[in-house]
Ligand binder design. Structure first.
Ligand SMILES: NC(=O)c1ccc[n+]([C@@H]2O[C@H](COP(=O)([O-])OP(=O)(O)OC[C@H]3O[C@@H](n4cnc5c(N)ncnc54)[C@H](OP(=O)(O)O)[C@@H]3O)[C@@H](O)[C@H]2O)c1
Length: 326
């Protein structure tokens, strides 16, 4: 597994990391600690050293399980976690320095750490990206030694450009073959400012694996059933904001282009073709998926013709609906 430097953190991390929103659960299924543990073992075996989590994932069980695992396997993983989404309602007014300080303590407890490697604001309301008091608190937490570095997770490119006015070390963004807008301004700006980029939702919630059809059924507690129109959170997190049937058509075009039904490793390789990306974080609800996804690390680079053809598929099917929204 190759490594890349995560921006101003200066830390070398595996170029493929692990997303843990669905760790030990297939979004809505009961938590299965044994499966969660197998996924973390498979990640370690595959040479993954970067884990992305958040305080809200599975009500804290994602962080807790990672905490237990890293206590038993010290020094194996760099862990990025996120905070803010515990605020109810999730409004800008409730973002206060005190709230941030409390979230830091809670994540330290669940992860069993004395210092967080990286703390990201978890897609807060847009106005928070311009809040001096919040970024001053993150600086203070750094001075206290409670966090080594901080950054933001964003929905819209405009939020990332705003956040980079502060001294953030890393930024997490949806970036995949169905979400090309970050190429225009965000990737160049991050490179210029040495902000590490974490590419999330690289498989468009599984759509880009090429394994879904019009008949695929998602459980009622799975966001791919209930959040397609953004009923619970930004719809850009669900299938990357792509209308499902349109996404299936675009996936067919990608299968023709690459001459295979098995798109997951190619979709991840596509993300890694961009040197501004420090780490790509596919999620896996089973260890077998993780093993499938890390095959991307062994694939040869995509050709210039293939990269351009992906751009044309995006232009044909998605640009008009996706580009203006995020
Ligand atoms: N706001 C934020 O900051 C935010 C938002 C979203 C995600 N994230 C982070 O980014 C990570 C990745 O995003 P994501 O998990 O939403 O989307 P993703 O990585 O695009 O898709 C993950 C899903 O794709 C399916 N999958 C993965 N590998 C597969 C394979 N090889 N074969 C078949 N299916 C496969 C699985 O679906 P099934 O479970 O149905 O099998 C899995 O749950 C998350 O885990 C989380 O850490 C952060």
């Amino acid at each position: 597994m190759k490594e890349r430097i995560l921006g101003k953190t200066g830390r070398a991390v595996s170029e493929i990391g692990l997303g843990t929103w669905q760790l030990g659960t297939r979004w809505g299924d009961p938590f299965n600690k044994e499966e969660a543990w197998k996924i973390l073992e498979a990640a370690e075996e595959a040479g993954i050293t970067f884990i992305d989590t958040a305080d809200v994932y599975n009500g804290g069980r994602s962080e807790e399980t990672i905490g237990e695992y890293i206590a038993a396997h010290p020094g194996k993983f760099y862990v990025a976690t996120k905070c803010g989404r515990r605020l109810k309602p999730h409004s800008a007014e409730l973002y206060t320095p005190e709230a941030i300080a409390g979230f830091v303590e809670d994540s330290l407890t669940r992860l069993r750490l004395e210092r967080l490697d990286l703390l990201l604001l978890h897609c807060p309301p847009s106005s928070v990206f311009a809040r001096d008091d919040i970024f001053a608190e993150l600086d203070r937490q750094k001075r206290l030694g409670k966090i080594a570095d901080y950054g933001v997770s964003i929905e819209k490119v405009s939020e990332g450009l705003q956040a980079m006015e502060y001294d953030i070390s890393a930024l997490e963004v949806v970036f995949n073959m169905f979400r090309l807008k970050p190429l225009d301004e965000l990737l160049p700006r991050a490179a210029e400012k040495n902000v590490g980029l974490i590419a999330r939702v690289p498989l468009a919630s599984g759509l880009l694996t090429g394994r879904y059809t019009a008949d695929t059924v998602f459980g009622p507690k799975d966001h791919r059933s209930y959040n397609r129109e953004g009923a619970s959170f930004d719809k850009g997190e669900t299938f990357s904001g792509v209308p499902y049937e349109l996404g299936l058509e675009a996936v067919e075009a990608l299968k023709q282009l690459f001459g295979t039904e098995q798109l997951a490793p190619i979709a991840i390789r596509w993300v890694l073709m961009h040197p501004q990306i420090s780490v790509v974080i596919p999620g896996a609800s089973r260890a077998a998926q993780l093993r499938d996804n890390v095959r991307a690390a062994q694939l040869p680079p995509l050709s210039e013709e293939q990269m351009q053809a992906v751009g044309r598929i995006y232009d044909q099917y998605l640009r008009q609906s996706i580009h203006p929204q995020w």
